[in-house]
Design a protein around this ligand. Structure first.
Ligand code: HEC
Length: 282
């Protein structure tokens, strides 16, 4: 028991040591920046305001982020960031209290800045019409956006142009959907039979900010990264499987590996290890 305890303590100490100030910036950009800008109240208060409140109070900052409370009038309740863990939240604190140095507060924003996100890729977990609460919306570099549904574990929607208008969602405290902007190029319905065969495991983000989704489907382990390839999307897969896998292709999607019969693509475990689905868009 004692041994286990000290191993755990060591692990915690190690994981804390690995989180640097640079990680703090990345963690902020991925988890907080959609609602907290350096010098402007958008969905939540600016980093100038947060610095005034928490500059010398890292522990209180971590406590708030794990369990936020309703404080200000006319804003949504902040979602808990407990999943990031204390060490990461301390790194975010370290970054947040320096990021607004020398800046001046601008008047509060009255519209949603995610419509034209300041940077691409941008990842946003959102309630989306047709997709529901498990939607992960991504604005890719260029002008394409897509939505990956963590419920079905698959690409559900592709659209071109502006990204999302989340204002209704924020103002309704999460009861209304965000509005998908631009031109919809592909939209697949939810597939309840699929939901029983898949398990979403999460996603990682590479240095450029692009997500790789990880999930299980019929016992096989999938990693999927979606990139813009100039004419549409390339969906890159790495699958660890012991049996052949079968995927249903939509009209816009083809694959150079495996065997396609009608809309059913079958790949051997060896072929599944690395393959690309090519999506051609109007
Ligand atoms: C979906 C939007 C959203 C995200 C994402 C978000 N926040 Fe917030 N945050 C808010 C809102 C809204 C408030 C104000 C809540 C209130 O006053 O009732 C807030 C307030 C705060 C405050 C001020 C607390 C106080 O005492 O006034 C801190 C600190 C904070 N957030 C930290 C974070 C951190 C750290 C992250 C990322 C790890 C984060 N927030 C992500 C919406 C968000």
């Amino acid at each position: 028991m004692l041994l286990r305890c000290s191993t755990l303590t060591l692990l915690f100490a190690l994981s804390a040591a690995f989180v640097s100030a640079q990680d703090g910036k990345l963690l902020y950009e991925q988890n907080c920046a959609a609602c907290h800008l350096p010098n402007q109240m958008v969905v939540g208060p600016s980093l100038i305001e947060i610095t005034k409140l928490y500059q010398k109070k890292p522990q209180e900052f971590v406590a708030w982020s794990i369990q936020p409370v309703k404080k200000r009038a006319g804003v949504i309740e902040m979602p808990s960031m407990a999943h990031l863990g204390e060490a990461n939240l301390r790194a975010v604190h370290g970054y947040m209290i320096t990021a607004s140095q020398g800046l001046r507060e601008k008047p509060a924003a009255k519209k949603d800045l995610l419509v034209r996100p300041a940077r691409r890729p941008e990842i946003q977990r959102m309630f989306l019409p047709n997709v529901g609460p498990a939607a992960i919306a991504v604005a890719l570099p260029g002008d394409l956006n897509y939505c990956f549904d963590a419920g079905d574990c698959r690409l559900r929607t592709i659209w071109r142009g502006d990204f999302l208008d989340c204002w209704d969602y924020y103002k309704s405290n999460g009861k209304a959907f965000a509005i998908l902007l631009g031109q919809t190029l592909m939209s697949l319905p939810a597939d309840e039979s699929l939901q029983k065969r898949v398990k979403f495991l999460g996603y990682t983000v590479d240095a450029a900010g692009l997500p790789t989704f990880e999930y299980e489907r019929d016992g096989a382990r999938f990693r999927e990264t979606i990139v813009a390839d100039g004419k549409g999307l390339a969906r890159r897969f790495e699958v660890t499987a012991t049996k052949p896998i079968t995927l249903t292709l939509d009209a816009a999607t083809t694959c150079e590996s495996g065997v396609t019969v009608k809309d059913q693509l079958t790949l051997t475990p060896a072929e599944a290890r690395s393959f690309t689905l090519t999506v051609r868009l109007p």
